[in-house]
Design a protein around this ligand. Structure first.
Ligand code: ZN
Length: 306
């Protein structure tokens, strides 16, 4: 059975777009419960200045906690070299830096032009190498930008190559704003894999803004993508990309993969129970995705259903 890594990004991407601050103990319970359900990688937070994102101010404590969970790969987002140094000190297994393919979005989000970002990626790569930490560059707004509109695929290819030359160990294509469609995913994944090597691009980060999240995930799987980011209950967005909505729903993604006979190592029943922890800690916030409330069966042997 082909194994697909489902990477939970809700504690970072989800919580950064919700102004309410989830208590540290609830975050710990969420992370522990998802790991117990079989999730092997969690992006627990972001090393941005707490003044910008007070919701994620406890990331170092979460990294320390998550590191005590056996078998869990602990990831954090870093916006720059300063954040990378804090992430390394906290003890992450892997860090990723968002590199916006839309220069306007980049200037708004991190106040950096493309050349300045390439320089920052070089600095973060050096910190990661020295600390023995995995380092990914996430090519954000790769499928379009709410501010600039269409993003040129030529530019994405050029910037992907530049990121690798600056020291990225791997790349991920990120549909920050929900502009992707399956044909575009197929085209861009092929193109970037050809440009930088198939092994350099194994991850997609998708948002469900226009309801195409799982269709886009499937298009990526067909092109050899083996890691998919998702957030529990589909919470998430981007505070600097107006109109962006949540990530693809972890529960829905796991259901789809398992129904297709792909191995995720995740217990769907246990995963669905984690929703209770998240909704109790975020009263009033909507959780998306299917729920078993309708009494529909979750388990059916592959091939046994018409
Ligand atoms: Zn995102």
């Amino acid at each position: 059975m082909t194994a697909i890594l489902v990477s939970e990004v809700g504690p970072r991407d989800g919580l950064q777009s919700i102004s309410r601050i989830m208590p540290l103990e609830a975050k710990k319970a969420w992370i522990a419960a998802e790991a117990a359900a079989g999730v092997k990688e969690i992006e627990v937070g972001s090393f941005v200045p707490p003044s910008l994102l007070p919701q994620l101010a406890d990331t170092a404590e979460l990294v320390a906690f998550a590191r005590t969970i056996p078998g869990l790969r602990v990831v954090a987002l870093v916006p720059n070299a300063k954040g990378a140094a804090r992430a390394a000190e906290a003890g992450v297994h892997a860090m990723s830096i968002p590199f916006s393919m839309s220069e306007t979005h980049s200037l708004k989000n991190v106040r950096k032009s493309h050349p300045a970002m390439i320089e920052e990626i070089g600095a973060v790569a050096a910190i990661a190498r020295a600390a023995g930490i995995d380092f990914a560059v996430s090519l954000s707004t790769a499928f379009g930008c709410t501010i600039e509109g269409a993003v040129s695929e030529d530019a994405v290819e050029r910037l992907a190559i530049a990121a690798v030359e600056a020291g990225a160990q791997e790349l991920s294509l990120s549909d920050t704003t929900g502009y992707a469609d399956p044909a575009k995913v197929k085209r861009l994944v092929r193109r970037i894999k050809t440009a930088v090597g198939a092994d350099m691009l194994t991850t997609l980060h998708l948002h469900n803004t226009r309801g195409l999240g799982l269709a886009n995930a499937l298009a990526g799987l067909n092109e050899g993508i083996t890691t998919l980011d998702a957030s529990l209950g589909g919470i998430g967005g981007c505070p600097f990309a107006p109109g962006a909505s949540g990530n693809i729903v972890t529960e829905d993604l796991v259901f789809m993969l398992q129904a297709m006979g792909l191995d995720t190592g995740i217990d769907l029943h246990q995963l669905l129970k984690v929703r209770e922890i998240v909704s109790a800690a975020l009263p009033g916030e909507p959780l998306y995705g299917f729920t078993p409330d309708a009494g529909l069966p979750l388990d059916f042997a592959q091939g046994n259903h018409a």
